[in-house]
Design a protein around this ligand. Structure first.
Ligand code: ZN
Length: 283
């Protein structure tokens, strides 16, 4: 596995961090499993601005730790669940969680079906829908020596268009060509990072910037205005990672070590399906 470090944008995104409570208070809330009752103690972050009308999109997001990020699916139209949609152009949002080469040993399990390298869905960016997307990134911390320490990167790609339902239909059909049964749950709008393998252009973010389809929030300005160019200023080119869905997990120690030579107390990271080992601690 390639050891992945921090992308150049990471340091700038750490300047966005806001801490409303102490790490001690946060850990008490986590111990009581009471994040939902304490949403107001989470920082509010802007995630995107509509390229069509300028309306912001944001919400209360727990980036104090990975505690609430243990299952990241490509199905949903929300990031953390407490965002406010301010305009009718909002079409959908996809999250990607990049571990930046870290092992999240503070948790036991993390299922990131969305993958770690942000991609765009061309089906949601068609000219006929006057569609555009906005990428943004926030660090996610872990508590180290009683301090919130930024370690991971959450990337969000938020889609807008003047015909959100039509744009979504296009993406639904692509992701579920056989139709979706009533019991299938939320309908997927998105593919994981893995789509890069058979369609590299979806991961070529500067290409979409140059085409005027991908925008970003200016990390150099505390007001986070929407930027659409020049492509040279685009801060998210060349993000590295596993490039697909992954699962981090710790497992009980096997009774006989030779039964599982990959076992490590700090866990391992596997792709889908689980027989593909992506990374394990080298210490
Ligand atoms: Zn709008």
């Amino acid at each position: 596995m390639a050891t992945v470090g921090y992308h150049a944008s990471f340091e700038k995104t750490t300047k966005l961090l806001r801490f409303i409570i102490s790490s001690q208070e946060y850990q008490e809330i986590v111990a009581r499993n009471a994040i939902e009752e304490n949403v107001q103690k989470l920082p509010y972050y802007v995630l995107a601005r509509c390229p069509l009308c300028g309306a912001p999109y944001g919400g209360y997001i727990d980036n104090y730790s990975l505690y609430k990020w243990r299952s990241i699916r490509p199905h949903y139209g929300w990031v953390f669940g407490y965002e406010t949609i301010e305009c009718d152009h909002f079409t959908g949002v996809q999250s990607f969680l990049n571990l930046n080469g870290n092992f999240p040993t503070e948790i036991n399990y993390l299922d990131c079906e969305c993958g770690d390298i942000p991609i765009v869905m061309p089906e949601l960016l068609l000219d006929e829908f006057h569609a555009g997307a906005v990428i943004h990134s926030l660090p996610i911390c872990r508590v180290e020596d009683d301090a919130f320490t930024p370690r991971y990167s959450l990337y969000t790609v938020t889609y807008y268009s003047d015909a959100p339902w039509s744009a979504r239909d296009r993406s639904y059909q692509l992701c579920h060509p056989d139709g979706v049964g009533e019991d299938a749950g939320p309908i997927p709008l998105f593919y994981s990072s893995e789509r890069i393998i058979w369609e590299p252009v979806v991961g070529d973010l500067p290409y979409w910037v140059e085409r005027g389809k991908l925008h970003w929030l200016d990390l150099d300005d505390p007001a986070l205005p929407l930027k659409s160019g020049p492509a040279n200023d685009f801060p998210y080119a060349g993000i590295q990672g596993f490039g697909g869905s992954y699962i981090y997990r710790k497992r009980p120690k096997p009774r006989w070590r030779w039964l599982d030579r990959h076992w490590h107390p700090d866990g391992e990271i596997r792709g889908y399906p689980l027989n593909e080992l992506l990374a394990r601690p080298s210490w």
